[in-house]
Write a protein that binds this ligand. Structure first.
Ligand SMILES: CCCCCCCCCC/C=C/CC(=O)SCCNC(=O)CCNC(=O)[C@H](O)C(C)(C)COP(=O)(O)OP(=O)(O)OC[C@H]1O[C@@H](n2cnc3c(N)ncnc32)[C@H](O)[C@@H]1OP(=O)(O)O
Length: 243
């Protein structure tokens, strides 16, 4: 799957819905045993959740948007397929969550590309299931420090922390992703799938059990004037940085 929503592959409601439907179709296709996720937008894997979806909208819209974010994660993290992220650009916040939800992460070895859960820098808080996914990849200590600081890690540092599994030159990224996919697909599906479920079930079940509460929390949080102000200021900063 190639993300192609310029300029930055931000995860809008439309993008998330299309992504989830795409994953569902592949999941139901018995001929498809694995998926490599990458980007067709130069230098950007995904800029994370579309901030405009969280600014100045109705309570109903926030609810619909958050349900779509949850749905995407439940499908990807809970997928029976082998999932490989070929991270060919920067990947903050929700973009990082997509990579973290895959079975294996390969990143282009460009120190200008960064990845991490930077929510704290926006004055917002990564929800518990973002945190759980992060902890399951890098461990508690690294996740705690990185989350509190809202760190975006340049590619070499991300590899040192275990946030990505390996770095390769950008031109070799897809070749490497295909080789990793072949290695994982060489195992019998049922054994690999049951093992994956065993490793991920508790974290998935936690969101399923608290899904409606999580939506309510998101709506309450994002509707606060202080949070709206932080998000507006962050968007202004992005625009100013450009000019
Ligand atoms: C205890 C209570 C718990 C309650 C639970 C509440 C939980 C709330 C949590 C919500 C979770 C949010 C997770 C997220 O994903 S938030 C999004 C975080 N993303 C970012 O911080 C990335 C911001 N973007 C960048 O850093 C850069 O854009 C880039 C990705 C590095 C690319 O840089 P580049 O220079 O190439 O491009 P520009 O910066 O010029 O951007 C081009 C245009 O795109 C707009 N843009 C960028 N990112 C976003 C975005 N995420 N959403 C919307 N729009 C975005 C940017 O403004 C430019 O627009 P313009 O052309 O109109 O100026």
């Amino acid at each position: 799957m190639k993300f192609k929503s310029p300029p930055v592959n931000s995860l809008s409601l439309e993008f998330l819905t299309e992504f989830s439907i795409g994953l569902e179709k592949l999941e139901n296709n018995r001929a498809c045993r694995g998926v490599i996720i990458t980007s067709a937008v130069p230098k950007i894997f995904s800029s994370g959740l579309d901030i405009t979806e969280m600014c100045g909208k109705s309570v109903e819209h926030y609810g619909e948007f958050w349900r779509a974010v949850q749905e995407m994660w439940l499908r990807l993290y809970g997928s029976n397929m082998v999932t490989v992220a070929a991270v060919n650009g920067s990947s903050p916040a929700g973009g990082c969550l997509i990579a973290l939800s895959c079975d294996y992460r390969i990143m282009a070895e460009n120190p200008k590309f960064s990845i991490g859960l930077n929510e704290a820098q926006l004055g917002i808080v990564a929800p518990f299931w973002f945190k759980d996914t992060f902890v399951n990849v890098v461990g508690h200590r690294i996740a705690e420090r990185s989350l509190q600081l809202g760190s975006l890690h340049p590619a070499p540092e991300a590899q040192r922390l275990g946030l990505v599994d390996e770095l390769v030159p950008e031109e070799k990224l897809m070749e490497k992703a295909a080789a990793v996919m072949a290695q994982w697909l060489a195992l019998p599906d049922h054994a690999r799938q049951l093992t994956k479920t065993m490793m991920r079930k508790a974290v998935l079940d936690r969101l399923v059990a608290h899904r409606e509460e999580d939506i309510k929390n998101f709506i309450t949080f994002v509707s606060k004037e202080s949070i709206q102000k932080s998000l507006r200021m962050y968007m202004e900063m992005l625009k100013k940085r450009k000019s």
